[in-house]
Design a protein around this ligand. Structure first.
Ligand code: DX5
Ligand code: ZN
Length: 233
């Protein structure tokens, strides 16, 4: 994957039909998804449980674009190899999940996959300052992780601006996750984000039988986001 800062929409399959992941992934990709975002939760770091490595491995053959695996688990290090072998293209780990984020990012890259670092809403931008050179992406959470469908936390906008400034011209994506809609997407894009995760705003109102709704939902987010780029230019 070559690096660019074009707007990328990464639907979170946390909002998909859990009995039909293969068809859901195919539907969102056919309708224009750039990446597929997989939310891994352990019932410990976050109060919810989702996908182990075998589930991620089962998603892999359906993903033709880029599979971005967001680990909301603690500890992280013992599971990196398993998620890499399951087929993740990128693994993102939280700075809050363990004492050694630097070691965790090294371990992710050692598996030959791209590495992302994640900040919860309560964690300041500075927490990633000394690991940026080990990262392909910084993920800024705009909800407290654990569930889809929560309200966007606005302090993520200024944090995005700060991190964009810290990154400078290094090839590091800024991803935003939580409460992204056509209303909130322009705020974070104007501040410097390029990868937008969206669960409820992509899947709402649609199904594998009406995939065009997913397409409309993604277009609404993308158009709003690209509008913010034009305004900023
Ligand atoms: C939250 C997850 C998100 C979530 C986003 O813990 O990391 O990816 O699915 O859902 P929405 O877009 O509904 O806020
Ligand atoms: Zn996520």
């Amino acid at each position: 994957m070559s690096f660019d800062r074009s707007i990328k929409i990464a639907p979170s399959i946390l909002s998909a039909d859990f009995a039909n992941f293969g068809a859901e992934i195919q539907a969102i990709e056919a309708q224009g998804a750039d990446w597929v975002h997989v939310d891994v939760m352990d019932g410990h770091f976050v109060p919810n449980l989702t996908f182990g490595p075998p589930a991620v491995k089962a998603f892999r053959p359906h993903v033709k674009t880029f599979m971005d695996v967001h680990l909301m688990i603690a500890p992280v290090d013992p599971y990196i190899e398993a998620y890499a072998e399951a087929g993740a293209d990128m693994i993102t780990a939280h700075v809050e999940a363990g004492p050694h984020i630097h070691r965790t990012l090294q371990a992710i890259r050692a598996q030959g996959v791209k590495a992302g670092v994640v900040l919860n809403p309560g964690t300041p931008a500075d927490a990633v300052a000394d690991v940026l050179d080990l990262c392909d992406m910084v993920l800024i959470m705009t909800v407290n992780p654990g569930f889809g469908g929560q309200k966007f936390i606005h302090s993520g906008v200024e944090k995005t601006r700060k991190i964009r400034h810290m990154i400078g011209d290094r090839p590091i994506h800024i991803q935003i996750d939580g409460g992204i809609t056509p209303e909130t997407a322009p705020l974070v894009v104007e501040a410097g984000a390029d990868v937008l995760v969206a669960g409820s705003a992509v899947f709402k109102g649609g199904s594998v039988d009406t995939p065009e709704v997913y397409g409309q939902n993604m277009r609404a987010i993308r158009e709003a986001a690209e509008g913010a780029r034009v305004k900023a230019a």
